[in-house]
Design a protein around this ligand. Structure first.
Ligand code: PRP
Ligand code: URA
Length: 209
């Protein structure tokens, strides 16, 4: 599928299976999500540009590679995005963070925005938007639209599970934004849940209903 990368690393797939199991506890679900998020971050940042820095090792000078450009921005779609954010910040501690507070109305499946806070200079940074679930894509499309309105130009979207319907809608809304996901599942059910999926990511992460 054009513009979509499936991160099929065996460790990611193994951990994802454990997360999908309905008997997996809240504590295990959270731990697994954090572990997976570092592996996903590794893949979503694989092609970042490097430049060189003149340094001195204990044995002499060298020109050593470092990341080029401004610090990344991780944009978390609340609440569930925060489950990915923690592990991402472990790997890229200097990243800036944006929060987009949004929940899905259970009847209409439309996103309701309740919070937004982002660094001001989004235009000059790579923004990686994170949310474990891409279902109808209503939330992610709205979040990316908002980030673009605030200046973001270079954006990637990272999730754990995606429905084919959501991918199609997201790519139609934001064809310039590549998607990275650990799995493309079968379809959405009549309530907009991903099948077979893993249930409600936020509820499983925080022990709510
Ligand atoms: C979930 C999920 C996404 C959204 C995906 O959040 O984390 O944000 O649903 O569905 P969509 O693609 O159909 O928009 P939810 O609204 O349940 O909020 P929460 O993270 O606070 O639990
Ligand atoms: N949000 C979730 O948390 N899970 C789904 O399957 C769909 C939307």
């Amino acid at each position: 599928m054009s513009g979509v990368t499936v991160i099929d690393h065996p460790l990611v797939q193994h951990k994802l299976t454990l997360m999908r199991k309905k008997e997996t506890s809240t504590a295990s679900f959270r731990r697994l999500l954090k572990e997976i998020s570092t592996l996903l971050t590794y893949e979503v940042t694989r092609d970042l540009d490097l430049t060189v820095l003149d340094i001195e090792t204990p044995l002499g000078p060298m020109q050593a590679p470092i990341l080029e450009g401004k610090k990344l921005v991780f944009a978390s779609i609340l609440r569930a995005g925060n489950g990915l954010l923690e592990g991402m910040l472990d790997l890229v501690p200097a990243a800036r963070v944006a929060h987009v507070g949004m929940y899905r109305d259970h009847e209409t499946l439309q996103p309701v925005e309740y919070y937004f806070k982002a660094p001001e200079d989004l235009a000059s940074r790579l923004v990686i938007v994170v949310d474990p679930m891409l279902a109808t894509a209503n939330s992610s499309v709205a979040a990316v639209t908002k980030l673009k309105e605030r200046g973001a130009r270079q954006i990637r979207f990272l999730c754990l599970l995606a429905a084919p319907e959501g991918i199609e809608r997201f790519r139609a809304g934001h064809p310039d934004v590549p998607i990275f996901t650990a799995s493309i599942d079968e379809r959405l059910n009549e309530k907009g849940y991903i099948l077979p999926g893993l249930g409600d990511a936020g509820d499983r992460m925080y022990g709510t209903k």
